[in-house]
Design a protein around this ligand. Sequence first.
Ligand SMILES: Nc1ncnc2c1ncn2[C@@H]1O[C@H](COP(=O)(O)OP(=O)(O)OP(=O)(O)O)[C@@H](O)[C@H]1O
Length: 284
Amino acid sequence: MIIKAENLSKIYHGITVLDQVSISCTEGNICGVLGANGAGKTTLFRILMGLVSPNSGTVKIYSDTVKPMGGIIEKPALYEYLNAYENLNLFARIQNLKLKKAEIGECLHAVGLPVGRKDAVKNYSMGMKQRLSIAIALLNNPSCLVLDEPFSGLDPMGIEELRRLILKLAKERNIGVLISSHIIDQLQKVCDYLYVMKEGRIINKGSTSEIIATNVKHYTIYAKNIQESVAVRQYAPILAKDSAKISIESKEVTALIKEMFKEGIEVTSFIPELDMDRLFSKNY
Ligand SMILES: Nc1ncnc2c1ncn2[C@@H]1O[C@H](COP(=O)(O)OP(=O)(O)OP(=O)(O)O)[C@@H](O)[C@H]1O
């Protein structure tokens, strides 16, 4: 265990924006917090980072490092007119860290940024700014990395690259990572565990595979000869040229795939589509 928060509540101007929220993250694990705008994700992350005090509840951090938490809350805060090297150097000095040029180069390399680029970060893409902010958050070798909406503003390639970086960091450094988003697709491909937040409360939680299995509404199957499948037809599919959208219980999926295999259907993908109403209506 790296971080364990229990029964966190936060009240702003008489309004409860966090209500008895409990959340934890272990070494090497990536936990996602999914919630619509205003659900309380940023407030929760601010409390976990020690930037805001809760009205009640506890945060316990299990780490020997001096600064166990690192993170980005809301958008990357960089010195836009300095270059990447100068940004890292400045943030290191603010924290009393004396890094050699080569060490700064290593920090840039670790997040996949070019080491030799000399121009100001105002020229960087959003994805590069996110990477640089992560490099800054990693300066103290934290045990837990907190990333608030890290995918926002990124294009699909940028999202994929950032996902890969997060997976690499969690694995190589054995750190816990907490990520928030209001888009489940952004979290489900990278998170081991998901918390679903609504109006300041955790209303659903579980391993990502459990959450997907219990909240899938439809699957879209892609296969060139899908129209020939008798097995698929029993699910009253919505058929397109080489795809079929069906409603099926997740426990029946394996049997259907086996049937389709016997029929010689050349399945290229089987994509689950989550039922957002179900996901957000549960009362955990
Ligand atoms: N400093 C503050 N003072 C007053 N109200 C606040 C403050 N910070 C957050 N809130 C309120 O708390 C609620 C939760 O906001 P928060 O930013 O934590 O949600 P969020 O899930 O991160 O949303 P978003 O995705 O839009 O950032 C909102 O109603 C917000 O207006």
